[in-house]
Design a protein around this ligand. Structure first.
Ligand SMILES: Cc1cc2nc3c(=O)[nH]c(=O)nc-3n(C[C@H](O)[C@H](O)[C@H](O)COP(=O)(O)O)c2cc1C
Ligand code: SF4
Length: 389
């Protein structure tokens, strides 16, 4: 079963009546579903690819009827579109997953946390909840995630829901121990929940992934592919490239640049990407056209990531700013020639030094830039030196 099968995606949200006609109602399930999730190997689609069954088991063991399910539709990654598309077109699939989680984990609340800029997704989800029968409808409340990159991190979501501040907090306690209102909490990405809804149905499988294709591709936007399809094949299905790419960004801003010849052959699934030292993150695959300057592109993304630090941890706030400034100096031709070495040194000092993974993601992205664009960084640096000589 594909998440986006059924009526034309552009036609708007599928109604509850049509959804039930097509797929049947929410199956009556108990804790046995956790075994099904484990056997399926379902991993989270919010970025970290964490095994879903492990999270459910941890919450189930502590719930005592008090657990909270947070439906994470913050989608703060600028290039990602798959979560808002899923909520806009198939809201009942996401809600089925949330209500299945509530039932299996014996949760008393479901909180739908949607990025404040994703207006049509929010409207579709609100309408969809209103269509559901009680007691499902009575479980749900909505919350608007601030439009910041880190607001979608699970600790930030819980901080926001508890105190109105969308910045990550230190862990432990983990959400499954003490989350919303102090209760054991499951924070799950909307795509992951839609796959749960699919898996819970007879013969269901979670065998597809939602990608957002960005950059020089004929049909940019969301594409659903079967796990294991190569990036080259995904590009072919999207109509091919419009301009020869210099590199492919696999996994979005917390991901890595890859040379196109290597990228085309990579199979899109968490395990095989991990074997290549890569991750699918939130599913963004972005092409950098050869006509664009990779150093300028890297500097722009680093400035964005630095500006999105929640400014709570020194190495993240000051370190990312220093890295972004050095990239900018190199790209603009005002570097003193030592910035390349500074980047290497400072990146090592920032990694692993924050309360959340934000600086680690930024540094991983930068490391891949320095590797894949080594020629361009060296060229810019040499040019800087010639100018200052
Ligand atoms: C800086 C940062 C931003 C994140 N933003 C999102 C987001 O917008 N949406 C999301 O689902 N997960 C986001 N995550 C991942 C969440 O912390 C969490 O792992 C995820 O919601 C869990 O759901 P999953 O297991 O279904 O992926 C982010 C993580 C970090 C470190
Ligand atoms: S690591 Fe950065 S983004 Fe994360 S909590 Fe600390 S300052 Fe905020």
């Amino acid at each position: 079963m594909r998440l986006l099968e059924g009526p034309e995606v552009g036609a708007g949200a599928e109604s509850y009546a049509d959804h039930v006609r097509r797929l049947g109602g929410v199956p009556d399930l108990g804790p046995g579903l956790i075994g099904t999730l484990q056997r399926s190997g379902l991993a989270g689609r919010g970025g970290a690819a964490f095994p879903t069954a492990v999270k459910w088991q941890a919450v189930a063991e502590r719930s005592r009827g008090q657990a909270v399910v947070v439906v994470n539709g913050a989608e703060g990654e600028p290039r990602s579109q798959k979560d808002r598309l899923l909520m806009s077109a198939r809201p009942h699939l996401v809600l089925d997953g949330a209500f299945i989680a509530a039932r299996v984990l014996r949760a008393r609340r479901v909180i739908v946390y949607i990025g404040e800029r994703h207006q049509s997704a929010r409207a579709a989800m609100l309408r969809a909840v209103a269509e559901r029968p009680d007691p499902e409808r009575g479980l749900v409340t909505f919350s608007a995630a601030p439009a910041r990159y880190v607001a979608g991190a699970e600790a930030a979501a819980i901080h926001f829901l508890n105190e109105g501040v969308a910045t990550p907090t230190t862990v432990p306690p983990y959400p499954f121990e003490r989350g919303v209102g102090g209760a054991p909490t499951l924070v799950q990405n909307v795509e992951t929940l839609a796959h749960v809804a699919s898996l819970a149905r007879p013969g269901g499988a979670a065998s597809t992934l939602l990608l957002t294709l960005a950059g020089g591709v004929a049909t940019a936007g969301v594409l659903e592919v079967e796990a294991g399809v190569t990036i080259g094949e995904a590009m072919r299905r999207a109509g091919g490239v419009t301009e020869s790419p210099r590199a492919v960004l696999v996994g979005g801003y917390f991901g890595s640049w890859v040379e196109p010849e290597r990228a085309w052959l990579l199979a899109i699934d968490h395990e095989s990407l991990r074997r290549h030292g890569l991750g699918l993150g939130c599913g963004v695959i972005g092409l950098l056209p050869a006509s664009r300057c990779p150093v300028c592109e890297t500097a722009g993304i680093m400035r964005y990531l630095a500006s999105e630090s929640s400014a709570q941890c020194g190495p993240c706030f000051f370190g990312l700013r220093a890295l972004a400034d050095a990239c900018t100096r190199i790209s603009e031709g005002s570097s003193d020639g030592h910035d390349l070495q500074r980047l290497q040194r400072w990146a090592a000092e920032v990694a692993g030094r924050g309360s959340c993974r934000h600086p680690d993601g930024a540094v991983m992205f930068l490391a891949s830039s320095l590797d894949v664009f080594a020629r361009e960084f060296a060229h810019h640096t040499a040019h800087n030196l010639r100018r200052s000589a």
